[in-house]
Unconditional design. Structure first.
Length: 240
């Protein structure tokens, strides 16, 4: 079965179920998972997703070499080294990062009991599709991190882009069929659509519009990110 969690309330519900035989892909396209994939591509060693600003700061106190990264209301909390822009994550080469965002890092953490948790973005969508096609997990769950407590169009479109590449119609739930149809409707106008979303409009208001263009790129990175214990690390598409 290929299923999709469309919003945070579904993520909360699913996090309390048995996920031991489920492969999960988490999407927070604007911007957490896009930034993670960019950081891993730049050479970040590990990215530790945490739920709160306080937890991030406590970990930094224990491990001063960590970079603090993330956002609240789209901007980096006071004293953080990095925000949540992919361009900023280009600076993480050779570093370990502790990261907290409004939705993305919490979504990743909530799925940690799954058989495997992969990091999804438009940037690495073809690499993900190839990896999953070779692995052929019996149960695949695509998680759309959302915005606050709401559905996010950009996450659903990215999930649909992955499903369209897997082409396994007989295994699709209704929500999987829905997001694939959304992706097919959007077509090549990803950046324009993303600028119209709630997240897209909010980013433009705070001067982060260039991040939208960066996150809207399709398959510019041949990278697989995976949660291992409490860290997101790079697997590389040659593994498997």
């Amino acid at each position: 079965m290929i299923d999709v969690a469309l919003c945070p309330s579904e993520i909360v519900r699913l996090s309390s179920t048995d996920l031991s035989d489920v492969t999960v892909v988490v999407f927070d396209v604007l911007r957490a998972t896009s930034s993670m994939i960019t950081g891993l591509g730049a050479g970040a060693l590990e990215i530790f997703p945490v739920n709160s600003v306080e937890e991030a700061r406590e970990r930094k106190l224990k491990e001063p070499e960590l970079l603090l990264a993330g956002e609240r209301d789209g901007l980096p909390p006071h004293g953080f080294d990095l925000g949540n822009s992919p361009d900023e994550f280009e600076k993480t080469i050779g570093r370990k990062v502790v990261m907290t965002t409004t939705n993305g890092t919490a979504a990743i953490r909530s799925m940690r009991r799954a058989s495997e948790v992969l990091i999804g973005a438009l940037l690495n969508i073809d690499a993900l599709a190839d990896y999953l096609f070779r692995r052929r997990p019996e149960n695949l769950l695509l998680v759309c991190a959302g915005t606050q407590e709401e559905f996010s169009l950009e996450d659903a479109v990215a999930a649909g882009a992955l499903i369209a590449r897997l082409a396994e119609d007989d295994r699709l739930s209704d929500s999987a069929i829905l997001v694939r149809a959304l992706y097919e409707r959007v077509g090549d106008d990803l950046e324009d659509w993303m600028r119209q979303t709630k997240n897209g409009r909010a980013l433009q208001k705070i001067g982060k519009g260039p991040d939208i263009a960066r996150c809207a790129r399709i398959s510019t990175m041949d990278i697989i990110g995976c949660l291992r214990q409490d860290a997101v690390v790079r697997l590389g598409t040659s593994q498997g």
